[in-house]
Design a protein. Structure first.
Length: 212
């Protein structure tokens, strides 16, 4: 998508994609590889997918959710890949824009804190059309709940928060908390059949309304 030269969102995205703070002036350990910020945004987007951070496959592709987690997320949402990657309608903004690296157990590290501090408030102020936010994972839930003035019980678990999705989905924008679509969470899904039976129909209806 092209933007006019004076577009403040275009200027901000240019700055984000050029960001090297976590490598050159990090607030913690230095990013162990060349940064590659991954996000998709347009001012017209009415659906926002707020995730954690790119994994190693997304770092390689430069496109969000090009992995099995993305396949499962699209299935949950009831959308095609073409709809999912329609930047004019769907914004995809993780809490950390770059792959954060791996810990000693070869699991992804948490999203880099620099992204939230430097970019997120400014970015979401330029996305007025968003009417539905899908928050994936604890870091995205914490940020967007705070940003939108939502409250969950102190110390609430993932299960407790997701189970209350109806309490959060009726506002403007509506927020739907989700577990991470990683296949590692298949056990959680089997243990909580209400997610597929009750939440997913509401999720798909909200997504369809935002897209149409």
């Amino acid at each position: 998508m092209s933007f006019e030269t004076g577009d403040p969102l275009a200027r901000l995205l240019t700055d984000i994609r050029a960001c090297r703070v976590c490598r050159d002036a990090p607030s913690g350990p230095r990013l162990p590889h060349e940064p590659r910020p991954v996000l998709r945004v347009a001012a017209t987007a009415r659906l926002l997918i707020a995730g954690q951070a790119p994994g190693v496959r997304v770092h390689a592709s430069g496109t969000p959710f090009t992995d099995p987690s993305g396949d499962r997320l699209r299935q949950w949402m009831g959308v095609t890949a073409e709809e999912f990657y329609d930047e004019a309608r769907v914004a995809i903004v993780p809490m950390g824009f770059c792959f954060p690296g791996l810990d000693a157990k070869k699991s992804d590290l948490p999203p880099r804190a620099e992204c939230r501090a430097l970019w997120h408030d400014r970015l979401f102020a330029l996305l007025p059309a968003v009417q539905t936010v899908l928050v994936v994972g604890a870091y995205a839930r914490a940020y967007h709940f705070d940003r939108l003035g939502l409250t969950a019980p102190k110390g609430a678990s993932l299960t407790e928060t997701v189970a209350r999705w109806r309490d959060f989905s009726q506002g403007h924008p509506g927020v739907i908390p989700l577990p991470h679509p990683s296949w590692r969470n298949s056990g959680w899904l089997k243990a909580h059949p209400w997610f597929e039976a009750e939440l997913l129909p509401d999720l798909r209806a909200a997504v369809r309304a935002a897209l149409t």
